[in-house]
Design a protein around this ligand. Structure first.
Ligand code: M6R
Length: 619
């Protein structure tokens, strides 16, 4: 999705902005642009549709722009085509103000007609231009003589009239030493670098440049110059906030010799899981115990939970579905897994006292999940956030946080964050089961022992890549594929299907295996791939039947299973022997590799699939 960078410092802004935009490219974008305020106080804006290379060419890698303050943007089109006219920055016609914006201005049509009535002429179809021209109008209307105070007042005047979500960075002509920022609903972080400051919508844009960061909170403003960051609250009162050390090594965000981030992140899963599982297990009385105190979930608190509501979008939802099965099975607790994007269209019917709501999200910024989190809290239901981004909005707004420690995930298709989420939800299921007396100390230790075996098992499983590549060669020309599984394996089927769609553009559907014969089986014809996932012994026989039904209609069968029983005619991928709790997490690995290999065979950009964004910050 859109990305913002900004710079105020002693160096030349142009090259640094281009560098930062390059680090945000993983979020997905279709045009980009930069604006710099020159030493003469004039604003220069350069924009280009398409890949960043176009902008690099037009700006000579940023060197064509002179000035030490600037803003940059990668745009993922929502309002208006992905062309140069609609690319950010958007400047006022007289070149007095320019802004970049992430999010969506809810009342842009109303603002547009008001501004048109004032004589403004719009040059783009974007919602952002309404904010840009409104800022200009507020600047002109402001009686302040001090330029910084006037800029801040104009920004506040603009923000007071905007609805929706936004992170905005602004430049003002005549102020070659300051970048201004305001946010509500979309993230913005200020990185402290040697010789200045960088602003960004996402921490990876700062890696390698910033050593500390200050996170801007909802409703706050900032004036950033080479010397200082001034923060203001929504009422314009000066506030202060300590910067936090950025503990992510810059190498964590590069490809590390792999052809793609997606492959690197698949391979990183053993370490990601080891860190995550290790963070929430401890020893007591010589036994392994689940320890969720970090999220305020002591045993007494967990024992009071009567009902769990898990929600997320995309893969995070799939992790929630898998978690639901674990919680029902181990903790014998009623549990719902919901799509966060649908939650607001339902009657919530939550029992305030007994419900534990759990928001699952890699980025911690997904607009739909954030809205669902806020909805639950507004209903008086405390929310636990299972997030990978420690400084995200969800981490800040939730009542408790369980961090997945997967490290920065750059590929749009999630892999290591998904398996880390599934592991954390397993830990939560074990902790709930222990607190509710469903399992004793010995069984808790044995389940945790099984979970601790997961990273090594994933490491072993990465060796299936060659077999997967052969299967991928047979599937790369398919137009459609089905992923089927029963019970908890349906979660893995949904995840496998989504991965394939995202990175290979092959139409794929996930079905609970028993449902296929109720309609979708009419789509099975010779050669259609049907990938069956079977990690549970109690469903093995029925899975064999479902696979046989598809096979007898000519489907090309792939069977990913933990058991010994093979499916006649299927290409078999055997998962390492594992506890039934962790086997579904293992099943994700060959499915990720399958999607990856097929995407590569089809010559696609697996790290940045078309139309997709890493973090979906619009509803
Ligand atoms: O950052 P989040 O985990 O909240 O993102 C949720 C989904 O957008 C995300 O899982 C998406 O489905 C992935 N691209 C799947 O690979």
């Amino acid at each position: 999705m859109c990305g913002i960078v900004g710079y105020a410092g002693a160096g030349e802004a142009g090259p640094l902005l281009l560098e930062g935009l390059g680090r945000l490219a993983y979020r997905g974008y279709d045009s980009a642009g930069v604006a710099v305020c020159g030493d003469d106080g004039r604003l220069s804006v350069i924009r280009a549709a398409g890949r960043l290379d176009r902008l690099r060419e037009k700006t000579q890698d940023g060197a064509a722009l002179h000035g030490s303050c600037g803003i940059g943007h990668t745009r993922w089109a929502t309002h208006g085509a992905p062309d140069e006219r609609n690319a950010h920055p958007h400047a006022s016609p007289d070149g007095l103000t320019a802004i970049v914006h992430n999010g969506i201005i809810g009342n842009h049509l109303l603002l547009r007609s008001r501004l048109e009535a004032m004589g403004y002429v719009f040059r783009s179809e974007t919602d952002t231009e309404a904010a840009a021209l409104l800022l200009h109008a507020c600047w002109l209307a402001c009686g302040e003589s001090d330029p910084r105070r006037r800029a801040l007042a104009a920004l506040r005047g603009m923000a007071a009239q905007l609805t929706g979500s936004y992170a905005i960075c602004a430049l003002f002509a005549g102020q070659p030493d300051a970048v201004y920022a305001v946010r509500r609903g979309s993230p913005l972080v200020i990185g402290c670098c040697d010789g200045g400051y960088m602003l960004a919508s996402d921490v990876p844009a700062l890696l390698g440049r910033a050593h500390h960061a200050v996170h801007l909170h909802d409703g706050e403003y900032a004036c950033v110059s080479a010397e200082a960051v001034e923060l203001y609250d929504a009422d314009g009162c000066r506030i202060s906030r300590e910067s936090e050390a950025l503990d992510i090594a810059p190498e964590a965000a590069d490809k590390g010799g792999y052809a793609h981030y997606m492959l690197k992140e698949i391979v990183e899963q053993p370490q990601a899981l080891r860190r995550t599982i290790g963070a929430y297990t401890g020893e007591a009385g010589g036994s392994l115990r689940a320890d969720l105190q970090a999220a305020g979930l002591g045993r007494e608190r967990l024992a009071a939970v009567r009902h769990v509501l898990l929600f997320g979008c995309g893969s995070a939802y799939h992790a929630g579905v898998a978690g639901r099965y674990a919680m029902e099975r181990l903790a014998r607790i009623p549990c719902r897994a919901e799509l966060a994007s649908e939650l607001r269209s339902r009657e919530l019917l939550l029992d305030q006292a007994g419900t534990l709501a759990v928001a699952v999200s890699q980025s911690g910024e997904t607009a739909d999940t954030l809205a669902a989190l806020r909805l639950c809290r507004a209903h008086g239901v405390p929310v636990l956030a299972v997030v990978n981004a420690a400084h995200s909005t969800m981490a800040r707004e939730a009542d408790g946080v369980l961090l997945t420690r997967a490290g920065p995930e750059i590929a749009v298709a999630t892999t290591k964050a998904y398996t880390a989420q599934a592991a954390v939800l397993d830990l939560l299921a074990i902790a709930l089961a222990a607190a509710r007396g469903c399992i004793g100390v010995r069984e808790e230790a044995s389940l945790l022992g099984a979970l601790h075996a997961l990273p090594d098992a994933v490491g072993d499983l990465l060796g299936v890549r060659d077999s997967i590549r052969r299967i991928a060669e047979g599937m790369a020309g398919a137009h459609s594929a089905f992923f089927i599984g029963r019970g908890i394996d349906h979660a893995a089927a949904m995840e496998g299907s989504l991965k394939l769609k995202e990175v290979s553009y092959i139409h794929a559907e996930a079905y609970p295996a028993g449902e296929l014969k109720h309609g979708a089986i009419s789509l099975i014809e010779p050669g259609v791939p049907v990938i069956g996932i079977c990690t549970q012994t109690d469903t093995a026989a029925r899975m064999q039947t479902a696979m046989a039904e598809a096979g007898s209609r000519g489907a090309c069968l792939v069977h990913i299973s933990s058991g010994e029983c093979a499916v006649p005619g299927a290409q078999e991928i055997r998962l390492p022997q594992a506890h039934p709790l962790i086997a579904p997490v293992l099943a994700a690995v060959p499915l990720q590799l399958l999607a990856y290999e097929i995407g590569c065979l089809r010559g696609l950009d697996v790290d940045q699939p078309r139309n997709l964004a890493k973090s979906v910050t619009v509803e």
